[in-house]
Design a protein around this ligand. Structure first.
Ligand SMILES: Cc1cc2nc3c(=O)[nH]c(=O)nc-3n(C[C@H](O)[C@H](O)[C@H](O)COP(=O)(O)O)c2cc1C
Length: 167
């Protein structure tokens, strides 16, 4: 079956059956903090330590992270749904978007890290590949925060979920 025969609604319906964690990716460009909720985050390589995130070419975060060399990933905990929803809200004000979100500045990347996350990774852009309407951004991990074992935030069938919380 060729790509042209894939119905976009059915494609979304099928992909929604793939459960994921949720991250906030963040960067700082010319003193302005940018961030976006993402679930396309995944590990790529152990040695060297590489991760990737797919970034919508039409998002404001795309413009920011393309201009930056460093960025960060906050792996969200189950109680961070409000932050995940906020950084996914289209058209939210760019200026001061971290005003209502507790965060600390990553010493390696200069990007803001969401407080209360399960873990943080700070990355330098290693490569970027075109992927249709997204770019595949590969990051070399330059520093890690220790992870903790609280419950993760999940995304499944278009909704935020928690482990074992049923439908
Ligand atoms: C659970 C969830 C996961 C998302 N994952 C991605 C993703 O992996 N890549 C992406 O480009 N957008 C993703 N989005 C959409 C962005 O968060 C959303 O478009 C955001 O408003 C972009 O902000 P910006 O335009 O200010 O950059 C996701 C949204 C949600 C709710």
């Amino acid at each position: 079956m060729s790509d042209g025969e894939i119905d976009p609604a059915q494609f979304r319906h099928v992909l929604a059956r793939y459960a994921t964690g949720v991250v906030v990716v963040s960067t700082c460009v010319d003193g302005v903090d940018h961030a976006m909720t993402a679930n396309s985050f995944t590990s790529v390589s152990l040695a060297p330590a590489l991760v990737l995130v797919c970034v919508d070419r039409g998002s404001r975060f795309h413009e920011a992270v393309t201009a930056a060399t460093r960025w960060a990933v906050s792996i969200l905990s189950a109680d961070s749904e409000p932050q995940a929803a906020w950084f996914a809200q289209r058209g939210r004000p760019l200026a001061g978007q971290f005003a209502g979100v507790a965060s600390t500045r990553g010493p390696t990347s200069g990007a803001l890290l969401v407080s209360g996350a399960l873990a943080h990774l700070e990355c330098r852009t290693h490569a970027a590949f075109p992927g249709g309407d997204h770019d595949i951004l590969v990051g070399r991990v330059e520093s890690l925060s220790p992870a903790d074992d609280r419950e993760p935030l999940l995304y499944y069938r278009h909704h935020f979920r928690q482990l074992g919380a049923g439908q």
